[in-house]
Design a protein around this ligand. Structure first.
Ligand SMILES: Cc1cc2nc3c(=O)[nH]c(=O)nc-3n(C[C@H](O)[C@H](O)[C@H](O)COP(=O)(O)O)c2cc1C
Length: 169
């Protein structure tokens, strides 16, 4: 049943992004698929983040985040920023990035980016939903196709996170 719930949820099409966070000179970034448009006016995105991630404290305190959109061929970046193996290291070291207007890192090679100011948060089970008011952004590379979450397979290890039935709390 877990496999079929995972397969079902993976039919919800998603992109793959590197979300950058910053607070008082500290920075981090993590791969995220749970990014979606929430409002047109004002322009708002929603982001689901596991509060146990190192990035969460910086996001909560810094109240800003960036979204770097990955191209289909950038699986190395999705892996680097998306696996806990890399967490002990400075994941940004050796990667080309620059600080956005509010300090959070933007990947230079992203095909597009958005910068957000946190506009609200709420619990959503084992994650927190963070709303970000978009204050800046640019489409850097119009030709490269964006990566889709389905193309990353089980890179995030989420197969083991899905419940075994819909009734499971
Ligand atoms: C393809 C992919 C998608 C992911 N999507 C999310 C997501 O939407 N939200 C989230 O909290 N973690 C997501 N993760 C997991 C984090 O990227 C991962 O746990 C990361 O190591 C957290 O980094 P940090 O502890 O430095 O903040 C995803 C990982 C991958 C590989």
């Amino acid at each position: 049943m877990r496999r079929s719930i995972a397969a079902l949820c993976r039919r919800l099409t998603l992109g793959v992004y590197v979300v950058g966070v910053a607070h008082e000179g500290k920075r981090d970034a993590f791969t995220a698929a749970a990014v979606a448009p929430a409002s047109y006016r004002p322009l708002v995105l929603s982001l689901a983040i596991n509060p146990e991630h190192h990035s969460y404290g910086l996001l909560r305190d810094g109240k800003t985040f960036t979204v770097s959109v990955l191209a289909r061929h950038q699986i190395d970046l999705a892996t680097r920023f998306g696996t806990s193996r890399a967490c002990a290291q400075d994941k940004l070291a050796g990667v080309d990035w620059y600080p956005g207007r509010h300090g959070a890192p933007i990947l230079t090679d992203a095909i597009a980016f958005l910068e957000c100011l946190v506009a609200g948060q709420m619990n959503a089970g084992d994650h927190r939903i963070v709303l970000g008011r978009v204050v800046h952004g640019d489409l850097v590379n119009r030709r490269a196709p964006p990566m889709t979450y389905a193309e990353t397979g089980n890179l995030d290890g989420s197969m083991d996170l899905y419940p075994s039935s819909f009734a499971d709390g």
